[in-house]
Design a binder for this molecule. Structure first.
Ligand code: NDP
Length: 339
């Protein structure tokens, strides 16, 4: 049973060498007397930015939870049930939830979030558009952002797992949408694939404030915050009165030992802005409603999803580290097995 283990707590930018691939034997049977556990074969694993916060020493970290050094890292994944002692799961079921980065895992049934009912769409989508990132885009934009038709929306990390969906949901809702991303290829995707009205390559803009003023002469109603730092500072200067900022993530800060300061927060007052952090796990009760909304759009090609697929556990550390360098184009998925 090959697995990806964390060597030790990480400080600063994560490196491939912070993780190791090890092999061990596993008895493909649930030990007798174990209740409510499920033995799964892992198929698709999700590379997510929050996983970096679990690599830090929990003392003094923004995340009080942490991986255990010398143990497998864990995250969202799509798995097939091989055996189960929980009434809701049986052999052959496909599920998504939290699993370990290894070929086979024995996990508490409580770690499974949902059984997969719709298999006419790619299974890997349950690490992305039909899984945690999809729910993040949906709840963050609609529930926290309170969008109205015709409003102006800005999205950072706009071509990523979450961002590409926020842009498309905003367009479906009748909004004007601009995204920022870190390469020409991504900017092209934003405009030509995801339907963003305009796109900014933030790595090439000397003056982000000026770029925002160019695209939002009347200001921004909703800023879907994925990156924090300098981008947030420039956005605060360009928000409209009664604007909303759903704070989804701040990836530019996760690897810094000292976080950057944001200097324009006083604009929250002048402009009566509602800036609200949210965590997707608080919204999983909306999952059925979300599927009802998104599945028809996927089937009709009205919402598309771009994935960046890495093959094999060996590629896991590089794929995970790559998202902090912007190497992923679309949702970063790691394939362990296809069935
Ligand atoms: P992505 O697929 O967008 O991958 C991360 C992207 O972030 C990279 O491709 C890169 O794109 C960009 N990036 C990396 N470093 C920086 C930096 N220093 N400054 C600016 N951009 C950077 O990830 P997700 O869509 O999965 O996640 C997006 C955000 O949403 C993250 O902040 C994540 O933590 C957050 N999140 C929050 C959740 C919640 O419940 N609140 C749930 C899920 C995600 P580029 O080339 O454009 O720079």
């Amino acid at each position: 049973n090959k697995k990806v283990i964390l060597n030790d707590y990480v400080s600063g930018f994560p490196k491939e060498s912070d993780m190791n691939i090890v092999d061990s034997t596993i008895t493909l049977k649930i030990p007798e007397g174990s209740n409510d556990v499920v033995l799964v074969k892992n198929l698709y694993l999700s590379c997510d930015p929050y996983m970096r916060t679990l690599m830090s020493n929990p003392e003094g970290s923004i995340n009080p939870r942490a991986y255990t050094p010398q143990s497998p890292i864990a995250g969202y994944g799509v798995s097939k049930v091989l055996e189960s002692t929980h009434k809701d799961y049986k052999e052959g079921d496909l599920v998504w939830g939290i699993t370990n980065w290894e070929e086979y895992s024995l996990i508490p049934a409580a770690q499974i979030h949902f059984k997969i009912e719709h298999t006419d769409v790619p299974l890997s989508y349950y690490t992305g558009i039909l899984g945690m990132p999809g729910m993040t885009a949906y709840s963050g934009f609609f529930e926290v952002g309170s969008p109205k038709k015709g409003e102006s929306v800005f999205v950072s990390a706009a071509s990523g797992a979450v961002g590409q969906l926020v842009g498309q949901f905003a367009k479906l809702h009748g909004c004007y949408v601009v995204g920022s991303a870190g390469s020409k290829e991504k900017v092209d995707l934003l405009k030509n694939k995801f339907g963003y009205d305009e796109a900014i390559n933030y790595k090439e803009e000397q003056d982000l404030d000026a770029a925002l003023k160019r695209h939002f002469p009347e200001g921004i109603d909703i800023y879907f915050e994925n990156v924090g730092g300098k981008t947030l500072d420039a956005v605060l200067l360009n928000m409209k009165i009664h604007g909303r900022i759903p704070v989804c993530g701040m990836i530019s800060q996760y690897n810094l030992t000292q976080h950057e300061g944001v200097t324009n927060l006083a604009h929250l007052i002048y402009k009566r802005i509602r800036m609200q952090g949210f965590v997707v796990v608080d919204y999983y009760h909306l999952y059925a409603k979300f599927l009802e909304f998104v599945l028809p759009h996927i089937r009709e090609g009205k919402v598309v999803y771009v994935e960046d697929i890495a093959e094999g556990l060996e590629k896991g550390p590089a794929a995970l580290v790559g998202i902090f360098k912007g190497q992923n184009v679309g949702k970063q998925v790691l394939v362990i097995a296809r069935e």
